[in-house]
Design a protein around this ligand. Structure first.
Ligand code: GLU
Length: 312
């Protein structure tokens, strides 16, 4: 099967006008066919658009990410025949940049400190559900929206607790939407190049965590900051992240960052129709390799599952 032309050895950084795409795995397990789908689509589109293909390691979750999985990602992608522009970005090296990027949001009172533990939140949600007799609203990932416990603290109270308690920083969702103004939207593109505008509904994420308690970053903040910093023009990722785009578009507007175009590809499912996941023990690319399956077969399976032609 024909592959996108190799960019290896070509050390360009994307010029401001050049299309740039990235594959951004989290090294908390081995890559499976779903990751291969994202990687192959990104590389294919980068080649078609004569753009850059970048690899970004999203390893801000220090408790779950492991260097051994970073090495395995590089090995698996090379086995697939992919090549990417150097350097490979590691998000764990960029905490000061994420913290600095959040500063203007803090200065505008769009973030507030949250001292709640998971247990505190679960308790507050359970109490609210008992009081109202209704299930509390959930975000698109199924987690209850933050009940707002820490939203109303006076500046003096917040300051006093900030000095002595671990805390996250949450977006004041309503304030942030008011500050962003109307017409939040992004362009969704298809593999054959069609585009349409999609309205964004960030309210479904409530008061999302922007800086976590354990590290001064969150997936949402880091992805938005890095996509802008790396000049990413086209984001290609799985459909499980489509809803997150609504929040990303809000953050981009607030932080005056460009909004890339987005394509969310269907998730690759196993024979029983379940989403592939590391946690569900889905076969990794390396276990397929050990079973004698070659990279061409992986390309073919991905192309068939997505219903696309993966040619440069
Ligand atoms: N790191 C994310 C993941 O592995 C992907 C992030 C993105 O593509 O925006 O699911």
């Amino acid at each position: 099967m024909q592959r996108p032309p190799s960019g290896r050895g070509d050390r360009r950084s994307p010029a401001p006008t050049q299309p740039a795409l990235r594959f951004a795995p989290s090294p908390n397990g081995h890559l499976h066919l779903g990751h291969a789908a994202s990687a192959l689509l990104n590389a294919t589109l980068a080649a078609r658009l004569n753009g850059c293909f970048l690899l970004r390691i999203e390893d801000i979750d220090l408790a779950r990410c492991r260097p051994v999985f970073v090495d395995a990602i590089v090995e698996d992608l090379a086995w697939l025949g992919l090549a990417w522009e150097e350097p490979v970005r590691r998000q764990s090296e960029r905490f000061p940049a994420y913290r600095a990027a959040a500063e203007p949001l803090v200065a505008q009172n769009l973030l507030y400190p949250c001292f709640c533990s998971r247990t505190d939140i679960a308790r507050a949600v359970a109490e609210e559900e008992a009081r109202t007799g209704r299930t509390a609203p959930r975000d698109p990932d199924g987690a209850p929206l933050y009940p707002g416990t820490c939203r109303g603290f006076s500046p003096a109270e917040a300051r006093a607790r900030l000095a002595r308690e671990p805390h996250a920083w949450r977006l004041d969702g309503a304030g942030a939407r008011a500050a962003a103004g109307p017409s939040l939207a992004y362009a969704r593109f298809t593999i054959d190049g069609a585009e349409e505008a999609v309205p964004a509904s960030p309210e479904r994420w409530g008061d999302a965590v922007i800086l976590r308690k354990e590290v001064p970053a969150s997936y949402h903040l880091a992805v938005v900051v890095d996509d802008a910093d790396q000049g990413i023009t086209h984001v290609v990722r799985g459909a499980d992240l489509e809803a997150a785009t609504d929040l990303h578009v809000l953050l981009q507007r607030l932080m005056r960052l460009p909004t890339p175009r987005y394509h969310h590809h269907p998730l690759i499912r196993d024979e029983a129709g379940a989403k592939l996941a590391k946690s569900a023990g889905s076969p990794s690319l390396r276990s397929l390799r050990e079973a004698g399956i070659g990279p061409d077969e992986v390309w073919a399976r991905v192309a068939a599952a997505l219903g696309v032609t993966l040619l440069a």
